[in-house]
Design a protein around this ligand. Structure first.
Ligand code: ISE
Length: 339
């Protein structure tokens, strides 16, 4: 479909669904945003009106399989991602699925099996950080040997407040998968074990208390990940890779600096959209380009990456409950997903 517009349905009209709709309607060429679907017709209609979209639907399976679309963005609640991906694949659609692909690695295997049966890579996963200029640059520098062999990675991931539906383990199953994928992507290494700790003194956050994870990689690197969904002060994601010859920090874009009352300050966004605005734009552009060209984007996350993140999260939940280090055993990587 090299010369054609890609006809898209967005499923889920929450924060991310609305942002995807905006990107496809206002920022990206070669797209026809035809449908917005949400369980709440009112919410779907409001996004559709905002971006001039013709169809409003409330049944996600109908939206994912409808004749009038080529591709579907799945931004509905986490537990619906895999089944909607499967429905869309069976109907011959391309899929951009928000993370996680599933909270069950078994379901990710079902998606991979179906994709292999179809014989074409049709699923891109919304690990948008792979497109973020800071992650791209750090990865490139690492590969060029700028800091020698990478031995440790420190990550932290903070939200202002956890959404009301957040329970304790969602720090691991919903937020941390970004870190799991970023670690695999930056280090080019698989995660083989995880331990999860919680600070006993923390009192803010109720069920959604901070978690502190230590991951081991196949090559013997160490990665620590703090997820704190009630940090209060702003959306703040950072990382430092420590190599044998130096270290590299990821940097968030800074657009201004406030000077007042004898202080200088940088402003924090209230959620991830401003921090990763360029990453989302580049991710969605790469997805459209890949559908039009028939070539999967070079470093986008695929169903295998979704499976790996789900396995790590599953092991993380077990480790949280057991208090012991949990091994992460993966199935053999299908040749279909490259080496
Ligand atoms: C949310 O679902 C996201 O995907 C954000 O990128 C992440 O930072 C946040 O922690 C998640 O809850």
């Amino acid at each position: 479909m090299v010369n054609m517009n890609v006809r898209i349905a967005v499923i889920g009209a929450g924060v991310m669904g609305a942002d995807h709709a905006r990107l496809f309607a206002d920022e990206l060429p070669h797209v026809e945003l035809t449908t917005i679907c949400d369980a709440s017709e009112e919410r779907a209609r409001s996004i559709a009106e905002q971006f001039g979209v013709a169809n409003v639907m409330t049944d996600p399976v109908e939206a994912a399989t409808s004749d009038g679309i080529d591709a579907v963005v799945i931004a509905s609640p986490d537990e619906t991602h895999a089944s909607l991906t499967i429905a869309a694949l069976r109907a011959g659609k391309h899929v951009l699925c928000e993370k996680p692909l599933s909270q069950s690695s078994q379901e990710c295997i079902q998606v991979m099996e179906l994709e292999q049966k179809i014989g074409a890579r049709r699923v891109q996963l919304g690990f948008m950080r792979r497109f973020d200029p800071s992650y791209v640059e750090v990865r490139a520098q690492l590969r060029e040997g700028a800091i020698g062999k990478a031995v440790m990675l420190h990550c932290f991931h903070r939200n202002v407040t956890a959404p009301a539906n957040f329970v304790g383990q969602m720090a691991i199953t919903n937020s941390a998968p970004h870190e799991f994928d970023a670690a695999r992507y930056l280090l080019d290494d698989e995660i083989v074990a995880i331990s999860v700790f919680r600070p006993d003194v923390a009192t803010v956050g109720g069920q959604a208390m901070p978690v502190f994870m230590v991951l081991k990689t196949a090559a013997g690197r160490l990665v620590n990940v703090e997820v704190n969904n009630n940090a209060g002060y702003g959306y703040d994601v950072r990382a430092e890779v420590v190599g044998e010859l130096g270290s590299m920090f990821l940097r968030a874009p800074v657009h201004s600096e406030l000077h007042a009352h004898q202080r200088a300050a940088e402003l924090y966004p209230t959620d991830w959209r401003p921090r990763f605005a360029e990453a989302y734009r580049l991710q969605n552009k790469a997805w459209i380009d890949s559908i039009r060209s028939g070539q999967p984007p070079a470093f986008a996350a695929n169903a295998w990456d979704g499976y790996c993140a789900a396995r790590i999260a599953e092991a993380g939940v077990t480790a949280l409950n057991s208090g012991t280090q949990e091994p992460i055993v993966l199935i053999d990587k299908p040749a279909f997903y490259g080496s």
